[in-house]
Design a protein around this ligand. Structure first.
Ligand code: SIN
Length: 288
């Protein structure tokens, strides 16, 4: 009798950009064994942003996989935009049903690190693409990433010394508050927080620049002008092309990023062309 064995491929990791970012192929997240999971964790620690293409994930599949990375973010900023029946996931979309938005159409307009305005921010975010906007054959709605770890490494020694030991205030009011009504209740729930300007990654130990245009309000103990100037300088340094990766989405991509080692921003260049994603988050630790 002839017995043939199907060869089941393990994860194949391919770097996507010089400083960080990798594609991980050959895995089905619905049936991932421990070896495959460890390979994904290792790729995430090594590359900070990983894309797993061709996934077919229902909301429970996405939640089950997310839980393996750590405790789920308990409540999203806007519970009204969660996936129906699954508060653990939020919908990012410009689409409407019966004239009502099905999700958050505005997420990620500014460079930021998810939930940096909280005392315990998310360490990982997971975004799954269900509909991707295309105009005249061109994919729109890219997500851009900047490596805060590579950017820190690239700072001149004098700047590393200057920012060592500094802390900054992160606030929901920095950009959200200027564009949207933030209720008094939400302000009470999310008071401003202070985090180190240079954050040490809780797993890799790498130093990362932990300020962003989206959430950082000021440097503690610094005159306003000087603080604004320093934040601008760090921002412009971090988003230089050598520290960047631009993700062009395909339906079925699950993107996982590390919110200590990267910043991100979404392109809002697709108008009414439908874009629909499901996002989950993994709670991290107090930044040090
Ligand atoms: C975000 O999480 O900031 C949004 C990312 C995206 O929609 O591409």
């Amino acid at each position: 009798m002839n017995v043939s064995f199907e060869k089941v491929p393990g994860p194949i990791v391919r770097p996507l950009a010089p400083a960080f970012g990798a594609e991980v192929r050959g895995v089905d997240l619905r049936a991932l064994d421990e070896t495959g999971f460890e390979a994904i964790q290792a790729a995430l620690n090594r590359y900070s942003v990983i894309v797993l293409p061709d996934q077919e994930l229902s909301p429970p599949d996405q939640i089950n996989f997310t839980k393996r990375l750590g405790p789920l973010h308990p409540k999203f900023f806007n519970p009204q935009t969660s996936v129906p029946g699954f508060v653990e996931l939020s919908v990012l979309s410009n689409m409407k049903v019966d004239g009502r938005p099905i999700g958050d159409a505005d997420a990620g307009r500014f460079w930021h690190s998810d939930m940096a305005f909280k005392k315990i921010p998310d360490i990982y975010s997971l975004l799954y693409a269900l509909e991707v906007p295309v105009r005249d054959g061109e994919v729109l709605g890219d997500t851009l990433f900047a490596s805060t770890a590579a950017a820190y490494d690239g700072l001149p020694a004098a700047m590393k010394k200057r920012i060592s030991g500094l802390t900054a205030i992160h606030s929901i009011m920095t950009t959200f508050g200027k564009r949207k009504q933030v209720s008094e209740e939400k302000r009470q729930e999310l008071p401003d927080v202070e985090h180190p300007v240079v954050r040490t990654h809780p797993i890799t130990g790498r130093k990362c620049i932990y300020v962003s245009e989206g959430h950082t309000a000021s440097i503690v103990g610094m005159p306003e002008d000087e603080s604004r100037e320093l934040l601008k300088l760090l921002h412009e340094h971090t988003i230089q092309p050598q520290y960047m990766y631009r993700h062009k989405w395909r339906v079925g991509d699950l993107l996982i990023w590390d919110n200590c080692a990267t910043l991100h921003r979404a392109e809002h260049d697709y108008g009414d062309i439908p874009r629909r994603m499901h996002r989950g988050g993994v709670l991290g630790s107090v930044p040090v």
